[in-house]
Design a protein around this ligand. Sequence first.
Ligand code: ADP
Ligand code: MG
Ligand code: ZN
Length: 502
Amino acid sequence: MKKLAEVLRDWEAVIGLEVHTELTTLETKMFCNCRLSHDDPPNTNVCPVCLGMPGALPVPNERAIESIVMAGLATNCQIMRHSMFYRKHYFYPDMAKNFQTTQGPVAFCMHGHLDLEVSGPGAGERPDGTVEKGGDGSYVAPIRILRIHMEEDAAKMVHVGGEEGRITAATESLIDYNRCGTPLIELVTEPDLRTPEEARLFMEKLRQTFLTLGISDCSLESGSMRCDGNVSLRRRGSTEFGTKTEMKNINSFKSLHDALEYEICRQAEVLEEGGIVYQETRHWEPSRKRTVVMRVKETADDYRLFPDPDLAPFDLTDEFVERCRSRIPELPDAKRDRYMADYGLKRADAAQLAGDPSVASFFEEALEGADAKVVPTVANVMVNLVPSVGELTVAQVRGIAVLLAEDAVTFAQAREVAGAISGTGEDPAAYVDAHGMRQSTDEGALGAIVDEVLGRCTDQVQQYRDGNKKVLGFLVGQCMKAAKGSGNPKAFNKMLAERLEG
Ligand code: ADP
Ligand code: MG
Ligand code: ZN
């Protein structure tokens, strides 16, 4: 198969995502009072409603409606004042009542958008006019959201035995209804995404947004956030859509990217050989890095969708919507802009800190009581050290930033200190002193070393004066050596340059 970059020269990929998010932070299920917990022993959080007993009546969870309205407001959707629940029929033991309660043509949230910032290599091209290109090849892609509707999750099934990955007569199927009836919101994008990277970024941004709203733990790994990827190809310049395939239940950002990449290349090969892409559901196999057919697509008619007579239509009041709006905390984009304006952070660093609410609150806590000039260093430590060393406390991060800001340690030493004190609660300054790592910036003490080095390295001094500024690095090295590592390289650099230029 051809590589993605080569394929995308001739073909344009058209991608739409369907993202399911369980509202895991709620106490109870969507239509009954059962406890919302997937960790309890199987089939302990169940009742006649979520087990689908005849005659049991559903009562909607108001908290879940608040959550979906918040999700809609945060993604620039129109909040539909009038909507209702429908029954979507199918037969499978994961939903004992034989239909899923979901929404019809009008969802609580319609017609929103999220703006993606795409940058760096692999950004790809968006030849359509909707894109503002930055000078560095980065661009902003507005991705339209068709709808976000409310529905309920099905039970969890586990298949044991039989052949690997296939259900046979020897398979035993176990079922846990604890998950059945979990409030679930499904977000459907318009087919506006153009590369696997854009799809990955969209999922990340959505996850950050929902995490910030506090409506879900958004774990792709445990399945509380899952995504189906739809993709088709068309010749560059064509405005008609090709036939799409759909990949189900992708459970990591990498899988989403890789599955789309594979599928784009596969479709290109089929089309270039004169074949046809069939509208089908495919399954991504991460271990083999390929997609395989799961089933051909069912049509909407098969579901016998009709309004649920057990659930009254909704008429949301302005007051209700405004209450939801007032609960929305500062969203990642606004936070990023604030970090840039207030702390002078670089856009990429600000975005990284603002994206994850737990990282953002850690950062803000680390700034409490810190000197203004330490702020960029705290950000630097957060972005470049914390992810690699894990368990640092807020006080430790602040302490490391202070050492760096005072030039008491180099960045390499800061990394070493961070690694050593991670998980111990030890004070970084105390550690540095105990291990003789503190570097001097004392002009008097370092000045003697600088003079000694300049006195003996006459060749390099001459080279520098002849315009070869690169020898400065050598001279700094000589000073460091003479100081046995206890002198600060930045201070040496500055003092050497001053003396050589002077
Ligand atoms: P289906 O009825 O097969 O579920 P929908 O119209 O509901 O299809 O769309 C499902 C998802 O597929 C949406 O995210 C939509 O943007 C996307 N989609 C629709 N048509 C195409 C296409 N031709 N190529 C790629 N994605 C598409
Ligand atoms: Mg669909
Ligand atoms: Zn129940």
